[in-house]
Design a protein around this ligand. Structure first.
Ligand code: ARG
Length: 563
């Protein structure tokens, strides 16, 4: 049911299209004012009347009836109240029909979105910063799919650079194959840290490292095998984490994949007169008004850079996927990097530079100090997930000691809590991670929403399915109406989240729905009512259960039936 459509059909404004009216309809700040409102400020200029007058004029032309319960003009807004029972019937019917597709859309049909996210670095720890990145990227991935887009998830691995030369030297000098096979990235990190310590007093190590990196570049068998092995070890480990987080990718083409794809881009830049020499290096200069330092693409020793590979990757993606949008989920520290090379694409004359988006996000720190330092005090995501799971298990053991699949539920709650904690705020905000905060069953958390879901489920189990007549009086009250209005907003919420590339809009929605439902649940009895009333309330409970599931699915959070 599209209430905005129904309302916009009722409104006629000279010189304004129905589409525009539709897009202007929004939700009043205070829900007691109405369910939808139309702000009239925009029309003042064309109609040469005050917004107050315009709102009154519009109100006068609309007759109430059907789903429209009342229309009121208040200080430049037209507020619409909907007939709660009519609305409820239709919303509940829709959810019952569409089930796990309720809220989905076909808006993206025929369009392709590439999402570059997670993009971990080989032989480096998968730490909490990547968790935020992975959570945002994966939520966007699922969201765009749900809206009908063809989505390509790309893990642009950091698998190239001089550090691999260092790692080979370190491995050959101090490495132990079994230890590294057993301890994985932690083992690699140890020898890497040792390399940096020893290189302080022995600079020849750096020369050796450069020589080994050169061997990787020249396809030397031993060098390539070791480099491959580092990749395998890292990917095996991150894949375990991706499984726990329910995250998938369509491509793992990382930086090294573009080794043979940069030259053609550089050639084109040269032909277009954009690539210039500067102190032996090759750079693209920007205009003064761009206020950016030049983009360095080839170093004086001939080596290409991170930006060179990103440029080549963009052309490859455009050619391979012909994307309508390409998103880069990357921390805001790289703002300049993306601004620079996006500009280079624009200067080359490609209009699709407009379709490149840096979806920037903040940083994550732990409550008790820094997350990662050069000395190797790194908090591995896997350890965070394990701790979170253990803590969840403790709570479950206190609250529900007889739960049969405690371990499984603890995993779902522990991992879900971390995930939700990452997606609770606008992505640009820095996060101070706290176990107590994300695991609280009472705050605005993952466990709180999961708990509400389990509550819906238990209610339905206890009371049985809807049987016989439904008496909608059971949901003709403020609390139920508040739930219905939130349920009805789900689709708009998802479109808004995709428009802004902001998964937190879905998390906040889940909280809002859970809170509205819990208020209803505490104020309206379900189990002991007569059948007709009970039925309407069960129908509502079932709908909330479904929509909570749909929302949590999108942000990668499991929904245990009991907890
Ligand atoms: N591996 C990089 C890092 O951890 C992120 C890569 C992001 N993607 C890209 N196409 N630049 O900083």
């Amino acid at each position: 049911m599209d209430y905005k459509q129904i309302i916009s059909d009722l409104i006629n404004i000279e010189g304004t299209s129905k589409e525009e009216i539709y897009s202007l309809l929004s939700f009043p700040k205070d829900s007691s004012m109405g369910d939808y409102c139309l702000p009239c400020f925009k029309f003042a200029k064309t109609l040469r009347k005050s917004p107050i007058q315009i709102a009154q004029d519009i109100q006068a032309t609309i007759s109430v009836g059907g789903v429209i319960e009342s229309v009121e003009a208040v200080s430049g807004y037209v507020n619409f109240k909907l007939n709660k029972v009519e609305l409820a019937k239709q919303v509940l019917q829709d959810i019952d029909n569409e089930k796990e597709m309720y809220g989905s859309s076909k808006i993206g049909e025929g369009k392709t979105v590439c999402i570059d996210f997670s993009s971990v670095n080989i032989a480096k720890p998968f730490h909490m910063g990547h968790m935020l990145n992975t959570a945002i990227g994966s939520a966007l991935y699922k969201l765009y799919k749900y809206l009908g887009y063809n989505v390509v998830g790309i893990n642009h691995l950091g698998d190239w650079g001089t550090q691999f030369g260092k790692l080979i030297v370190a491995y050959k000098k101090w490495g132990n194959k079994e230890d590294i096979e057993k301890r994985g990235v932690k083992g690699l990190l140890d020898i890497y840290v040792r390399f940096h310590k020893e290189a302080e007093s022995d600079p020849t190590l750096d020369d050796e490292a450069r020589a080994w990196f050169k061997k990787i570049e020249d396809n030397n068998e031993e060098a390539i095998n070791l480099w491959q092995w580092f990749k395998e070890i890292t990917l095996k480990e991150v894949d375990k984490v991706y499984k726990r987080l329910n995250v998938t990718f369509d491509s793992y083409n990382g930086e090294s994949f573009y080794n043979d794809k940069m030259e053609s881009v550089l050639d084109e830049l040269r032909q277009k007169g954009l690539l210039v020499e500067s102190e032996g290096a090759q750079i693209v200069k920007f205009k003064d008004e761009d206020k950016m330092p030049p983009c360095l693409l080839v170093r004086s020793d001939g080596a290409t850079l991170y930006a060179t590979r990103d440029l080549a990757a963009a052309f490859y993606r455009k050619k391979t996927y012909n994307f309508d949008k390409c998103l880069y989920v990357v921390a805001y520290q790289q703002n300049l990097h993306f601004k620079q090379w996006f500009k280079v694409v624009e200067m080359m004359g490609y209009d699709w530079y407009k379709d490149l988006y840096h979806v920037a996000h903040g940083m994550v720190s732990l409550e008790d100090g820094a997350l990662s330092t050069r000395e190797g005090h790194v908090v591995f995501l896997e350890d965070v997930l394990n701790t979170s799971k253990e803590k969840a298990l403790k709570v479950i053991e206190e609250k529900n000691p007889n739960l049969p699949n405690k371990e499984e539920v603890a995993e779902q709650v522990g991992v879900g809590a971390v995930m939700f904690g990452m997606l609770y705020n606008s992505r640009i905000k820095d996060i101070t991670f706290s176990y107590d905060k994300v695991l609280s069953f009472e705050g605005e958390t993952g466990p709180y929403v999961q708990y509400t879901y389990a509550r819906c489920n238990s209610l339905i189990e206890k009371c049985g399915l809807v049987q016989g007549e439904i008496d909608y009086k059971g949901i003709d009250n403020e609390d139920a109406a508040d739930v219905i209005i939130v349920l009805d907003r789900f689709k708009d919420t998802l479109l808004d989240a995709a428009n802004k590339n902001e998964p937190y809009i879905i998390s906040r929605y889940a909280i809002e729905l859970a809170q509205a439902f819990n208020k209803f649940y505490f104020n309206c009895n379900i189990a002991n009512e007569e059948q007709g009333i009970k039925n309407s309330r069960l129908l509502l409970t079932n709908a909330v259960k479904q929509v909570l599931k749909n929302a949590l699915n999108l942000i990668g959070i499991a929904t245990p039936n009991k907890m």
